[in-house]
Design a protein around this ligand. Structure first.
Ligand SMILES: Nc1ncnc2c1ncn2[C@@H]1O[C@H](COP(=O)(O)OP(=O)(O)OP(=O)(O)O)[C@@H](O)[C@H]1O
Ligand code: SF4
Ligand SMILES: [Mg+2]
Length: 373
C-alpha cells in the first residue's frame, strides 16, 4: 500500500561562500542533470521518508543537521541559498517534483518557477495547481514562530479561512462557522473578538493555538510541524501537545514533526528518523529505537537526555559536521564515533533494513548499544 505522504530521494544543495572561494569539490548536478554553479554543495544527498494515514513520524537530530531542509524541501519551500536538486513528494495520489522540471506539467515545459505562497496554516508552492490544491485543502502547517506566520494587517479569523475560500465551494458563512469551531477545538474563545483579533494582539501560546486552528479548519489528513513547541513555556507547550495528540486520535491525522525534545517524541510519535549530517542514519518504531538504538549516534542522543538515563549522561563527543563539509566516501559520523575503524573511513554505509527499522552503520549487527534506562 502506498504511503499517505512519501518523500523519495530528496536531494538538496546549499550555497557556501567558503566553498565558492576555496572549495575543490565538483558542483553537484541539479534536477535536470545540469551542473550547479561553483559554491553549491550537495548537502542532503538523497533522503527518503514518509507516513501512513494517522501515523506520526518525528525527525530528530542536533541543530543544523538538515531536519528543516528535509521537511520544507519536500514542499519546494526552501530559503534563499538552498535548492532542491531532485526527488519526488507524493501526497495521496498527487506526485510533486520539488526541484521543478517536468512535474505534472509534462517534460516539455521545463523547470517550473516555484511560487511560494504563505497564508495562515498553509505554505505552498502554487506553481503546480494539482499540488497546490491538495496541500491547500488537506495539509496543515505549524512552525516555530506562530506570530510571524500571520499577516499582521489582517484579522485572524478571515485569514484562517482564506485557503478554503479559494480552493473549495464552501460559502463564507460555512467557512466562518468552521473557523469558529476550530477556535473552540484549540480552546481559544469562540468569540467575535477572537475571530477579529490581529496576530500582534496574541501571546506566543495563543498564536500557536490560532495556527493550529487555521490548520484544523481544513480537517487536514497531514500536519507538518517544525519545532512547534520551542520557545513556549512548559505548561503552554504541554497543553498544545495534548491538543495535537487528542486531535490526531480523534481525526486520524498523520503528522511529520521536527523536534529536539525526545520526551515529546516518546509521547506522540509512532516512528522516529534520526538525522545526522544531512542523512537519515536510523529509522524505526519509537519504542524500539529508544530502547535498542542500532546507530551509535542515536545511542549518544538518547544518552544526552537526563530523564532518559538512570546512570551518568553519555554525551556525544566532538562537534557536528557542517552540512557543507561532510567528507565523501566514509561514514558521516566517523569523526565522533567510538567504534570507527578502517571500513568506516573508506565507504559510506547505506541505510538498510534491520530489526524492524533501518540503520546506516557498517557495524550495527555487532554493536549492543545502550538506549533508555
Ligand atoms: N538559507 C540558507 N542558506 C545557506 N545555508 C543554509 C540555509 N538554511 C539552512 N542552511 C544550512 O543548512 C544546514 C541545515 O539547516 P536546517 O535548518 O535544516 O537544520 P536543522 O536540523 O533544522 O537545525 P535546527 O534544529 O537548528 O532547526 C545548516 O547548517 C544551515 O547553515
Ligand atoms: S559506520 Fe562506523 S563510524 Fe559510522 S556509525 Fe557505524 S561504527 Fe560508527
Ligand atoms: Mg530546523
Amino acid at each position: 500500500m502506498p504511503k499517505l505522504f512519501d518523500v523519495r530521494d530528496l536531494r538538496i544543495a546549499i550555497f557556501d561562500p567558503e566553498v565558492a572561494v576555496h572549495g575543490t569539490r565538483p558542483s553537484p548536478v541539479d534536477g535536470r542533470g545540469e551542473r550547479l554553479p561553483i559554491g553549491w554543495v550537495e548537502a542532503i544527498p538523497g533522503v527518503s521518508y514518509g507516513v501512513d494515514g494517522g501515523e506520526t513520524l518525528a525527525l530528530i537530530g542536533e541543530s543544523a543537521s538538515g531536519k528543516s531542509l528535509m521537511l520544507l524541501g519536500a514542499f519546494g519551500l526552501l530559503p534563499e541559498g538552498t535548492r532542491v536538486l531532485g526527488g519526488t513528494t507524493t501526497f495521496r495520489d498527487v506526485v510533486y517534483e520539488p526541484a521543478g522540471g517536468s512535474g505534472n506539467e509534462g517534460a516539455s515545459s521545463g523547470r517550473r518557477r516555484r511560487r511560494k505562497r504563505h497564508t495562515a496554516g498553509t505554505i505552498m508552492d502554487d506553481s503546480d495547481p494539482d499540488w497546490a490544491r491538495v496541500v491547500a485543502t488537506e495539509v496543515g502547517f505549524l512552525f516555530q514562530d506562530p506570530i510571524a506566520s500571520w499577516t499582521p494587517i489582517l484579522e485572524v479569523g478571515p485569514q484562517a479561512g482564506e485557503v478554503l475560500d479559494e480552493y473549495t465551494d464552501l460559502t463564507t458563512e460555512e467557512i466562518n462557522e468552521r473557523v469558529m469551531d476550530a477556535l473552540g477545538e484549540v480552546r481559544l474563545p469562540k468569540s467575535r473578538r477572537m475571530f477579529g483579533a490581529f496576530s500582534t494582539e496574541l501571546s506566543r501560546g495563543m498564536g500557536q493555538r490560532a495556527m493550529l486552528a487555521a490548520a484544523l479548519v481544513k480537517a487536514p489528513k497531514l500536519l507538518i510541524a517544525d519545532e512547534p513547541l520551542s520557545g513556549l513555556d512548559v505548561s503552554v507547550s504541554a497543553a498544545i501537545l495534548d491538543l495535537v495528540k487528542d486531535l490526531k486520535e480523534r481525526q486520524g491525522m498523520a503528522m511529520v514533526l521536527v523536534t529536539h525534545d525526545l520526551a515529546v517524541v516518546a509521547r506522540i510519535a509512532d516512528r522516529v528518523a534520526v538525522v545526522y549530517g544531512g542523512r537519515i542514519v536510523e529509522e524505526g518504531p519509537v519504542g524500539d529505537v529508544f530502547a535498542h538504538p542500532q546507530h551509535p549516534y542515536t545511542s549518544g542522543l538518547i544518552g544526552s537526555v537526563p530523564s532518559f538515563t538512570s546512570g551518568r549522561l553519555r554525551p556525544i563527543p566532538g562537534e557536528a559536521v557542517p552540512l557543507t563539509a561532510v567528507p565523501a566516501g566514509r561514514c558521516v559520523f566517523a569523526d565522533r564515533c567510538p567504534f570507527v575503524d578502517d571500513v568506516c573511513l573508506t565507504s559510506e554505509p547505506a541505510l538498510v533494513e534491520s530489526r524492524g527499522g533501518s540503520v546506516a552503520c557498517h557495524h550495527a549487527d555487532e554493536l549492543d548499544l545502550p538506549g533508555i534506562g
